[in-house]
Write a protein that binds this ligand. Structure first.
Ligand SMILES: CC(C)(COP(=O)(O)OP(=O)(O)OC[C@H]1O[C@@H](n2cnc3c(N)ncnc32)[C@H](O)[C@@H]1OP(=O)(O)O)[C@@H](O)C(=O)NCCC(=O)NCCS
Length: 185
């Protein structure tokens, strides 16, 4: 039976964690690099969530949600991030990623964040827009060393504004230099 499950990072069953990590190692080798642990079991953080669509023991689709503080114009914002969205190839084009990303997006909408961001390839802008995300081509996102930040230019930037504060700042997030920390997601 196909069902959607939601887990905190450190509480995910090992059988599912291994399938998520294995997919990541092939599609995004930089995430785990040559790490000899399969999963971050010690990463106890109530806001790092994994949304997994499974059929019994098998992972079909996955999306993860993280958060961080981002300061812009002297104000501190709670910013959600979505990453590691995938559907195992045999299950693609069946609406499974839509289901999984929608659940993760609803989770963020219902939380206490101000806005959310994700980075994706141009062909998938339509996919995320259909779920409610906004393509912000003018956004200028920086990461790395705060004294010598690097601009993220390899992907389309999608955002979602939830709180009144977030919505009010949407023009700022669309135009100003935004430093998001040592790494993106
Ligand atoms: C992108 C991905 C997650 C889509 O998964 P999926 O389960 O096939 O997606 P869905 O079936 O829910 O597709 C929803 C819509 O997006 C479209 N779509 C799916 N994959 C697409 C792609 N690679 N390029 C363009 N459109 C795509 C579908 O055609 C569908 O549109 P429709 O409703 O008009 O028919 C999957 O192809 C994948 O794992 N890709 C490799 C990893 C990746 O790129 N992840 C995204 C990181 S930001």
């Amino acid at each position: 039976m196909i069902e959607l499950r939601q887990y905190r990072r450190h509480e995910i069953p090992p059988l599912l964690a291994a399938q998520i990590a294995s997919y990541q190692r092939i599609q995004w080798p930089q995430i785990r690099d040559r790490n000899n642990r399969v999963w971050e079991w010690d990463d106890v953080n109530r806001d790092y969530m994994h949304f997994v669509l499974i059929d019994e023991e098998v992972v079909i689709s996955h999306a993860s949600v993280n958060w961080r503080h981002v300061t812009l114009g002297g104000e501190r914002f709670n910013v959600w991030g979505m990453s590691s969205v995938f559907t195992y190839p045999a299950f693609r084009k069946g609406g499974f990623a839509t289901k999984t990303v929608s659940a993760a997006t609803d989770f963020m909408r219902e939380g206490s964040g101000d806005l959310a961001m994700l980075f994706t390839g141009q062909p998938l802008v339509k996919f995320y827009t259909a779920i409610g995300w906004e393509h912000v081509p003018t956004a200028r996102i920086f990461y790395g060393d705060p004294d010598a930040p690097v601009q993220k230019t390899d992907n389309a930037i999608m955002m979602l504004f939830m709180s009144d504060r977030g919505r009010k700042a949407c023009e700022q997030f669309a135009r100003e230099d935004v430093f998001v920390g040592p790494q993106t997601w």
